[in-house]
Design a protein around this ligand. Structure first.
Ligand SMILES: Cc1cc2nc3c(=O)[nH]c(=O)nc-3n(C[C@H](O)[C@H](O)[C@H](O)COP(=O)(O)OP(=O)(O)OC[C@H]3O[C@@H](n4cnc5c(N)ncnc54)[C@H](O)[C@@H]3O)c2cc1C
Length: 381
């Protein structure tokens, strides 16, 4: 067993850390306050290769492994969850769905723009009436000549209104349920396709979350992604990678909460000592650090399995549920360690506390991850 990162992985993590500190940290609080989408940062992420991390070089991507990807996602989220989710939802969901299941023509047409950050990707599975039970969707796609005509609405879609390219799932054979769902590539400007309302959220204010509306949207038949009626089956594979990214987001936000807490307790005094000198405070910090290390190891192990082509569904779910709950716990402790200051906008832990809650909900809630893990260990899959 080897826990060492390769020299390349260490270098990639360093680049991501320096970028996050130099370019994201100075504007993260302002973006959170105003809700401004970080277009300039996304452009620079594209130049660094971070908008096409898993895309092979022949399609214009960085062609990196999942371990490197998890390290980048962790470092970006360590500084700002809004930039972090914008980047990983684009990479793991829209872009990777095309990367995994697209034809050569589709990959040639879409992956380069996505990988360079010239187009932002969105991915629509959830609907107003179906989230955890995603296959209970209502959106339909009916073939009419050389097009599919889509009707329905997707809910809570990351990059929904800023994205130029979207991969969406719709029923093509409603009688077959989950085995009658197909995936399609949509582009902004296609007739009948528009973003609906943009949501006001608890956290991740600078990340864009909106509806996607299909009102007789006419999608060329060549934009069917993967085989007809296999869209939902393929989605499960896309989600496996997405859960590793969400786990890395939880680790990053938790590490950000710990970073801020370590700095704070060294300078804040009470009863004639710094907070760092009290046993109770040290115990909290030690537990946070141990939790985070365990979450990081689970996340990197799931990424490592993926890189080796080994089954990773159960490992990804374990990493996701553990890391997101570690993130929430770490953020709660970090606010507590800051006392009243932790409740104020002025300190980053207030933002992390709001941002991290998403980790327990998106990409399958904690309850859904526990279902996936339980089915695996009970042999019920
Ligand atoms: C900020 C944000 C960004 C998002 N981005 C995207 C995106 O880009 N693309 C996309 O497709 N979706 C996206 N989502 C949607 C997200 O994946 C769903 O919200 C999530 O899967 C939960 O679905 P739901 O909201 O319908 O909750 P529900 O499914 O209604 O669940 C409600 C509660 O019931 C619990 N529950 C449900 N079923 C069971 C069960 N069988 N056993 C025990 N408990 C159960 C859930 O765990 C949860 O606690 C996003 C959501 C948010 C908030």
């Amino acid at each position: 067993m080897n826990f060492d990162l390769t020299a390349e992985q260490q270098e990639i993590r360093k680049v991501a850390r320096e970028f996050a500190l130099g370019e994201i940290a100075p504007v993260a609080a302002r973006h959170d306050e105003t809700g401004e989408f970080p277009h300039a940062i996304v452009k620079k992420l594209g130049e660094l290769g971070f908008m096409g991390v898993l895309v092979p070089p022949e399609y214009g991507g960085a062609g990196l492994d999942y371990v490197s990807y998890a390290l980048i996602v962790e470092e970006l989220n360590r500084v700002d969850g809004s930039v972090g989710i914008t980047m990983w939802a684009h990479n793991s969901l829209c872009t990777n769905h095309i990367n995994l299941f697209g034809t050569k023509v589709q990959k040639g047409k879409y992956l380069g723009r996505l990988a360079r950050g010239e187009a932002i990707g969105a991915w629509g599975l959830t609907e107003p009436g179906s989230g955890s039970d995603a296959a209970a969707m209502k959106s339909t796609a009916v073939r009419q000549g050389e097009h599919f005509v889509l009707n329905g609405t997707k809910a809570f879609i990351t990059n929904g209104s800023v994205g130029q390219i979207a991969v969406v799932m719709a029923l093509t054979d409603p009688a077959r349920g989950a085995k009658g769902i197909s995936a399609f590539i949509l582009e902004k400007g296609m007739p009948g396709f528009s973003p609906g309302q943009r949501y006001a959220k608890l956290g991740l204010h600078a990340s864009d979350t909106s509806e996607l509306v299909f009102d007789g949207a006419r999608v060329p038949a060549e934009n069917l992604l993967g085989e007809l009626n296999l869209g939902f089956v393929n989605t499960l594979q896309v989600l496996e990678g997405g859960r590793i990214a969400m786990a890395a987001m939880g680790v990053g936000l938790a590490q950000g909460a710990l970073d801020a807490s370590l700095a704070y307790v060294k300078q804040r005094t009470a009863f004639g000592k710094t907070l760092a000198e009290f046993d109770g405070i040290q115990g909290m910090l030690a537990e946070m650090a141990t939790d985070i290390e365990a979450a990081r190891l689970l996340t990197l192990r799931a990424a490592y399995l993926k890189d080796r082509g080994q089954p990773a569904r159960h490992a990804a779910s374990m990493a996701k549920v553990f890391a997101s709950e570690v993130g929430m716990r770490a953020a709660t402790r970090a606010v507590q360690l800051h006392g009243g200051a932790g409740y104020m906008r002025e300190f980053p832990v207030e933002r992390i506390f709001r941002d991290v809650k998403l980790c327990e909900i998106g990409e399958g809630t904690s309850e859904v991850q526990r279902m996936v893990i339980a089915r695996e260990i009970l042999g019920m899959r």
